[in-house]
Ligand binder design. Structure first.
Ligand code: NDP
Ligand code: 8X3
Length: 250
């Protein structure tokens, strides 16, 4: 039977690439994000391959998140696959110079937003005793790097929450896993550096992971047979050894 996936942060990068990968495999899509125009353009294009519904909300807004998900139209109400992908880094500063608004944004989006969306979706999964949740963590959730402090903290939380979800949802046969990429060339650095031109240098001199590489792995995880759960994946581009070692060409 055709499955339905809800993808947060589908307006760019990994979420958008995942939407295209899923569409290729006829998975029906609920695409989410704040940028409505992008959602509309994506819907038009993705509809060439599958059914698509738009949810336009900010994951920081608890009420808006619940309203959006609980008022889905009948034919999109059943969510088989949840991809908790919305998130970003904001700033790269030593802790003593960190901007509190940046800290709030990262904790509110990467951690609390993921929880709000999950809380709105999980009850239907426990009721049906089926479902699959993939949380997009990061190598920053495995290893802390200089000035990464709060972003790394938010992604360590994603890894811990994923493990907690897997334990608590185990009696219901719900699969839960985390995909944790290293450097991926998306709008991530533009957001982190707030439009500063330093963002253009982050992925130069080496071939970073592309959003499609991560989408491939996400599709692999969700397309395993029912008895297989890909619990945790750490993936880097070949040039990256860990959070701080990247082999660059001069
Ligand atoms: P992008 O900036 O390209 O995409 C981020 C997505 O998150 C956008 O679709 C954006 O949509 C959405 N988003 C951000 N804030 C909110 C919000 N408040 N409410 C709803 N949606 C929001 O970055 P990536 O694709 O790289 O990032 C996707 C995920 O992958 C993030 O969780 C990130 O931490 C993680 N990641 C990224 C890596 C990288 O190097 N790029 C490496 C490891 C993990 P909109 O602005 O329209 O709301
Ligand atoms: C994104 C990867 O190394 O920029 O999560 O934090 S990194």
């Amino acid at each position: 039977m055709t499955k339905t996936a809800l993808i947060t942060g589908a307006t760019s990068g990994i979420g958008e690439a995942t939407a295209y990968e899923f569409a290729k495999h006829n998975i029906r899509l609920i695409i989410c994000g704040r940028r409505l125009e992008r959602l509309k353009t994506l819907k038009n294009d993705l509809e060439k391959q599958t059914d698509v519904h738009i949810l336009n909300f900010d994951v920081r807004d608890r009420q808006a998140t619940f309203n959006a998900i609980t008022t889905l139209p009948e034919d999109f109400k059943t969510i088989d696959i949840l991809i908790n992908n919305a998130g970003n880094a904001h700033g790269l500063d030593p802790i003593q110079e960190g901007n509190i608004d940046d800290w709030d944004a990262m904790m509110d989006i990467n951690v609390k937003g993921l929880l709000y969306v999950s809380k709105a979706v999980i009850p239907q999964m426990t009721e049906r005793k089926s479902g699959h949740i993939i949380n997009i963590g990061s190598s920053a959730g495995k290893e802390v790097y200089p000035k990464g402090n709060v972003y790394c903290g938010s992604k360590h939380a994603v890894v811990a929450i994923t493990e907690g979800m897997r334990i608590d949802l185990n009696p219901y046969g719900i699969r839960v896993g985390a995909i944790n990429p290293g450097l991926v060339e998306t709008e991530f650095s533009k957001v982190r550096f707030k439009g500063d031109k330093i963002a253009d240098t982050v992925y130069t001199g080496f071939k970073a992971l592309q959003a499609e590489d991560v989408a491939d792995v996400i599709y692999f995880a969700i397309s395993r047979p029912p008895h297989v759960n890909i619990a945790d994946v750490l993936m880097f581009c070949t040039a990256q050894a860990n959070s701080t070692i990247v082999k660059k060409e001069n």
